[in-house]
Ligand binder design. Structure first.
Ligand code: ADP
Length: 949
């Protein structure tokens, strides 16, 4: 069937081509050994082709490698028949068309479609069991150009990482190919590279003893006994040159493929036949891997090829390159920055006025700026590399070297960052003081040190100078302080002397005044003294009191100036105080024909916490002034409640007013306005004292005034409400009923009066006996102590200013006696200084009574201390209660008559009128009598006129 179809095909081909002229086609065949042999082998195939394609004559051209290549290059052949490796080689150099068919070899009457290489070693070489064992060994091959006899095996070694000739040595032996096996058997090589089947063939031919050799990496092909060591590769290709047209190539390919396998022609050529073209790529890979020509040259390729093949790798590579470029740019920028910063730093270091020195771990100088050059006198090239000790006075050397040793032994530098003051050595040998800050850092080259050094010689000199100046200054200051201290002590001594002087003066002045006022009071209370004389006595009384007020003011102002005025905070009855003040002023106001209006809110707390005596004094001062300087109209005392337990006080009058310029000056000590001076009364101290008292109590005294319209003095004080149910304080001040004597049914109190001044003795004694007391008098302290023991008095009055033994001592002595602890002792003090009061209380006294003694105060104090009951001038009190401010109740005719009599200063007629008035108008009679007593006929006339308006 097969031969019929072949015959048909041949007929067809002959038929088709008959008409064409015969054309010779050359088949270039590689002649392995002998060219004649080659022709002999392949001629049957050529004949077959001639027969099959009668239009062509196929001429066999046996060539050596070189000849075949040249022929191909010159296009002297149309078809090529060579072994696989050579075909790949030629194809790489000159493009051939794809193989038309591949030879199937014939081996022992069997088709052999592929071939491979063997690696043969002697069977007794136990040290070579696998391919890797060939490392360092020698192999024999008939030719390194042979594909099956060398390249296949070399590629196998290449795949396991053994390269020739680095790892495996090769010796080329001459043909015939059996030589390679012989070389191994002779022991000249460790292994032989040969084509598959050679050992078996040699054994068959009796050239090789069985089992004398073994094949490494042995593999077998089904149906064959041969062992091989490499990958299987395709056999010889039959290829067409590119100039052969496709149709012809197809005809030849068809003829080859149609060649009967194991047919006559095949047998004649000692092949099995042809098959479809095999894949020669593995052969190419072998050659490429082994860099066999032409693959030892870098193949020409386009970027596109490269991109196509290595896209991913190129992308990665490009990315890597981009990253590297970026890194390089970054590195370059960093280096530039670093360079710039280094330049900046070095400029900074160079331009620094201080010396900057760098040194290494051995203490050798490695850096030196201009400042250092200037300071030490060494140029940079002179000093670099020299030890730091070059710059130190000898005394520092030991310490420095010890420190360096410590640091070298791994200890941390101790003085880093600290400011050190030392001396350094200049080049010229002179020393200078410097201040240094040291730094240190460690790099791969070891530890480094830096020192910033500043010359402080000048600073030291200046600081020494300053120190000297400071010392001088200190001396000066302490000298001045001492002088000032002395001046202060002198001033204080002077002040003390002034105070003592004033206290003494006060005592000296009050002592006679005590007698004067005392007797005046006694006489005024004496019923035996006629009325007209009593009026004179009243004048003595008033003048004496005025003098006393003067003395008190002067004392007060000196106390303020000495800073000794203090305010107390006691509970007192504010309404009682206001009542007393009102009573005190009322007579004066009435006497001048002025209306006195006291406006007190209903909610005013009765008991408050504050300084009653000072408040009282201020109010009296202001009201007395208001009455004193006001001729018409009224005087007002307005009290109001303000938030925060503050109580406001305002004294208004309708007097002359105070010029704006004077409104501040009137508070200066001794300042009086023209009106004040014209009055001829007063001292100009009242307002000064008042303002000071108010400040001490927490307020401020201000004045509002309009000339010709009146003045208003205001202040407000914190006077917190106090819980007190009955008034026990300040009773002595309360102007009330006059004590006339002891109420009946009480034993006479026995009073011991201790007073060395005979006049004052008399005054006090008489005042006491006048109300029924029994008095024993002692002029000396000792006598007083004795009298106390013998007479056991109920109460003791002691003058504090006695010459021999003073009142405090007497009080102490008496208090030290048995049963003397309860007896009340009242101190009679001419000096009213506050500190005296403290001393007096400390000496054991219960109370202090200021001299000159005010009779009613004395009586009330005794009464309170001994629990006495008195008889009062009841009728007088009633009269006082009913007192009136004007004469408006009197009939107009009567007022006219009084006015006339007053204008004529006719006191006899006035007294007659008073007597007439007693029955119907007793208050008015009293009021006019009071005014007559003071010779205030002018006021009487004014009041009559005012009332008649
Ligand atoms: P004096 O003892 O003179 O009254 P003061 O210090 O109390 O001293 O008063 C100082 C001066 O202020 C007085 O001399 C008087 O000129 C003036 N002055 C005080 N109060 C009034 C007043 N209510 N009306 C007019 N002038 C007054």
């Amino acid at each position: 069937m097969r031969s019929i179809s072949l015959a048909l095909l041949i007929c067809l081909l002959v038929g088709v081509t008959r008409a064409h002229a015969e054309k010779t086609l050359n088949i270039g065949v590689l002649a392995f050994r002998d060219k004649a042999q080659t022709i002999q082998k392949w001629q049957p195939l050529a004949n077959y082709l001639d027969l099959t394609l009668p239009r062509y004559r196929f001429a066999l051209k046996p060539y050596t490698y070189k000849e075949l290549e040249d022929a191909i290059e010159r296009r002297q052949v149309d078809f090529v028949l060579t072994h696989a490796a050579h075909f790949v080689q030629i194809n790489a150099m000159i493009s051939l068309s794809s193989p038309l068919a591949t030879v199937i070899e014939r081996e022992s009457d069997r088709p052999m479609p592929v071939y491979a290489g063997t690696i043969i070693v002697r069977a007794d070489r136990n040290d070579i069991a696998q391919l890797a064992d060939l490392k360092g060994k020698t192999v024999a091959t008939s030719s390194i150009q042979g594909f099956a006899s060398y390249q296949m095996q070399a590629y196998e070694l290449f795949k396991i990482g053994l390269s020739i000739p680095d790892d495996v040595k090769v010796i080329e032996v001459e043909l015939p190919i059996d030589r390679s096996v012989d070389t191994v058997l002779e022991g000249k090589a460790d292994a032989a590279f040969a084509r598959m089947g050679l050992p078996e063939q040699m054994m068959r031919e009796g050239k090789l003893a069985p089992n004398s050799v073994k094949v490494l990496n042995a593999q077998k092909l089904a149906g064959f006994d041969w062992a091989f060591s490499t990958t299987l590769y395709p056999l010889w290709p039959f290829a067409a040159m590119t100039q052969v047209d496709d149709e012809l190539a197809a005809q030849v390919a068809a003829a080859l493929l149609m060649l009967p396998h194991d047919g006559e022609v095949a047998r004649a050529s000692n092949i099995w036949g042809f098959t479809i073209p095999a894949n020669y790529q593995p052969v190419k890979e072998v050659m490429q891997a082994l860099h066999i020509s032409p693959f030892d040259q870098v193949p020409e390729f386009s970027w596109r090829d490269v991109w196509h093949r290595y896209r991913l790798m190129i992308s990665f590579a490009l990315l890597a390159v981009a990253i590297i470029l970026l890194l390089l740019v970054w590195l370059a920028l960093s280096r530039r920055k670093l360079r710039e910063s280094e330049e900046r730093l070095s400029t900074l270091i160079e331009s620094a006025p201080d010396a900057i020195i760098l040194a290494n771990a051995k203490g050798l100088i490695t850096g030196w700026n201009k400042g250092a050059q200037h300071l030490f006198g060494y140029a940079m090239d002179e000093i670099l590399g020299l030890p730091l000790t070059q710059l130190m006075p000898r005394r520092y050397l030991a310490g420095h070297l010890a420190g360096m040793e410590r640091i070298q032994s791994g200890e941390q530098p101790r003085l880093l960052g600290q400011s050190l003051e030392m001396e350094a050595l200049r080049k010229d040998g002179s020393e200078f003081s410097f201040e240094m800050v040291m730094g240190s850092w460690v790099t791969s080259s070891g530890r480094h040190f830096s020192a910033i050094i500043r010359d402080i010689s000048e600073r030291k000199r200046i600081s020494q100078e300053l120190e000297a100046h400071r010392h001088n200054l200190e001396q000066l200051v302490s000298q001045r302080t001492a002088e000032l201290e002395q001046a202060k002590n002198t001033a204080e001594a002077a002040n003390r002397a002034k105070t003592v002087f004033l206290a003494n003066m006060s005592h000296e002045l009050r002592t006679p005044l005590n007698a004067i006022l005392g007797f005046a009071q006694i006489m005024q209370g004496d019923k035996l003294i006629p009325e007209n004389l009593r009026a004179n006595i009243a004048i003595i009384n008033r003048s004496g009191n005025h003098l006393l007020a003067l003395i008190n003011d002067v004392l007060e102002i000196s106390r303020i100036e000495a800073g000794r005025t203090t305010v107390s905070k006691d509970i007192f009855d504010l309404s009682a105080t206001l009542q007393a003040v009102r009573e005190m002023i009322r007579a004066q106001a009435v006497g001048k024909g002025l209306a006195l209006v006291v406006d007190i809110p209903d909610q005013l707390p009765r008991f408050v916490l504050g300084d009653d005596p000072h408040l009282r004094q201020v109010l009296i001062n202001l009201l007395v002034n208001a009455v004193k300087y006001t001729e018409h109209g009224e005087v007002q005392l307005v009290v109001d409640l303000q938030p925060g337990q503050i109580i406001g006080f305002r004294v208004n009058d309708t007097g002359p007013g105070i010029a704006p310029d004077d409104q501040e000056r009137i508070f200066q000590a001794f300042y009086q306005t023209e009106i004040g001076i014209a009055k001829g009364e007063g001292t100009g101290l009242g307002l000064t004292i008042s303002r000071e008292f108010i400040r001490l109590m927490g307020g401020e005294l201000t004045v509002h005034s309009t000339l010709g319209q009146g003045s208003s003095f205001c202040f407000a004080l914190p006077l917190p409400q106090a819980n007190q149910t009955s008034s026990t304080v300040g009773t002595e001040y309360t102007a009330g009923d006059q004590v006339m004597g002891l109420a009946p049914g009480q034993p006479s109190p026995r009073i011991l009066l201790v007073e060395d001044n005979p006049d004052n003795q008399h005054v006090a004694e008489q005042l006491l006996t006048q109300i029924g007391c029994e008095v024993c008098v002692a002029a000396k302290g000792q006598v007083a102590v004795q009298l106390f023991q013998s007479r056991r008095p109920h109460l003791i009055l002691i003058d504090m200013g006695m010459a021999e033994m003073d009142g405090s001592q007497v009080s102490r002595q008496i208090r030290s006696l048995p049963d003397a602890s309860d007896v009340p002792i009242v101190a009679l003090a001419a000096s009213a200084f506050q500190e005296n009061r403290v001393q007096v209380i400390a000496a054991g006294c219960n109370e202090i009574l200021s001299k000159p003694i005010e009779a009613q105060c004395l009586y009330r104090m005794i009464g309170r201390l001994l629990g006495l009951r008195y008889e009062y001038a009841g009728a007088g009190a009633a009269k006082i209660e009913r007192k009136i401010d004007d004469l408006g109740n009197l009939p107009i005719e009567l007022r006219q008559e009084i006015c006339d009599v007053a204008t004529m200063l006719d006191d006899a007629s006035m007294l007659a009128i008073i007597e007439r008035l007693r029955t119907d108008f007793p208050d008015e009679a009293d009021m006019i009598a009071e005014l007559v007593k003071d010779f205030r006929f002018d006021k009487i006339a004014t009041l009559c006129c005012v009332s008649s308006d």
